[in-house]
Design a protein around this ligand. Structure first.
Ligand code: DON
Length: 307
């Protein structure tokens, strides 16, 4: 598709959805309530490394749950993709992302790495001799996907660390049921820090573009993850990337995707493009209202649905 047509579709999406008033910033993490609700940016990256942007693609927000994808991919690289179906689980829970009922139902089995219990268990599996080594591997892996050195939003990390008693309980429950075999509080703390990595819409699109390009970063040319693990990564994003609204999302777009309560969403049309949008106000399920609309619009206009 010609560049100017892609650019026009992005511009149209920005214009159509920038006045949407629905949704509200997440406020259960106090620092997220303070983020500018008007940030709205869209970016798209093609496998041959072309980058298209519209709106605010410079402002950074915390990556939040979108990090679950990349930490999961790191564990796949270290242990093989089967760590998920054989251990943490891959089915959708059908519950909110921090559901304790979902843990109780199967005693912590059948969690998905995209929801908090499965994500904290996944972070606990990252190999490393010390907290520092584990953390550095996670941050470095995210940075390679983005093609630049990412940094943590310290106020968001501190704000969530001071208020994440529910996630601490989730980590301990997963430990009690034998799905975490190291210090669960350390796993939750590292998970909280990974959720606080700052990204802009362009970063997220490059990260999505790397998944659309079989693990090869289309902008830097670096092979970030093995092509063999990409289909499983995308499958897990499809089952639960937008939580209990994953089915509705897949129905509308056909795209594996992942949202974060910071307001970002990434989506992948394999071989065609990676796309991302950021807009902090969220719907009831915890997914950005404008980012969903923008990505759906752009992808459908560009024939991104692989089905
Ligand atoms: O654990 C939490 O609650 C947050 N750090 C991440 C949750 C999240 O992003 C869910 N997304 N839609």
């Amino acid at each position: 598709m010609p560049d100017r047509q892609i650019q026009r579709v992005l511009n149209d999406a920005l214009q159509q959805f920038s006045d949407l008033e629905e949704g509200a910033n997440a406020d259960y993490i106090p620092a997220l309530a303070e983020v500018d609700s008007d940030i709205f940016g869209i970016a798209l990256v093609t496998p041959d490394g072309r980058v298209f942007t519209a709106g605010d693609v410079e402002s950074e927000v915390s990556i939040q749950s979108i990090s679950k994808v990349f930490t999961m991919a790191l564990v796949m690289e270290q242990q093989g993709a089967d760590f998920a179906p054989d251990g943490v689980g891959v089915d959708a829970t059908g519950q909110v992302f921090n559901s304790i009922v979902a843990i109780e139902q199967y005693k912590g089995a059948e969690m998905n790495p995209m929801v908090n219990p499965g994500a904290i268990a996944t972070t606990s599996r990252v190999a490393g001799e010390s907290r520092e080594e584990i953390w550095n591997r996670i941050l470095e892996f995210h940075s390679r996907f983005a093609g630049r050195t990412l940094e943590v939003n310290q106020p968001v990390y501190e704000s969530e660390a001071a208020t994440n008693q529910r996630n601490v309980a989730i980590g301990r429950l997963m430990y009690a049921y034998g799905h975490i075999d190291s210090n669960p509080d350390q796993a939750t703390d590292i998970y909280t820090e990974q959720c606080s990595i700052n990204v802009n819409a362009r970063d997220l699109a490059v990260m999505a573009g790397t998944l659309a390009n079989a693990g090869l970063n289309p902008v830097t040319g670096e092979a970030v993850m093995s092509a063999a693990n990409v289909p499983e990564t995308l499958a897990i994003m499809s089952t639960a990337g937008l939580y209990d609204d994953a089915g509705k999302w897949l129905y509308r777009t056909g795209l594996p995707a992942k949202s974060g309560v910071g307001g970002g969403i990434v989506a992948v049309s394999p071989g065609r493009f990676g796309i991302a949008a950021i807009a902090p106000p969220l719907d009831e399920a915890g997914n950005s209202v404008k980012a969903q609309r923008a990505i759906e619009y752009v992808s459908n206009a560009l024939g991104g649905n692989p089905y």
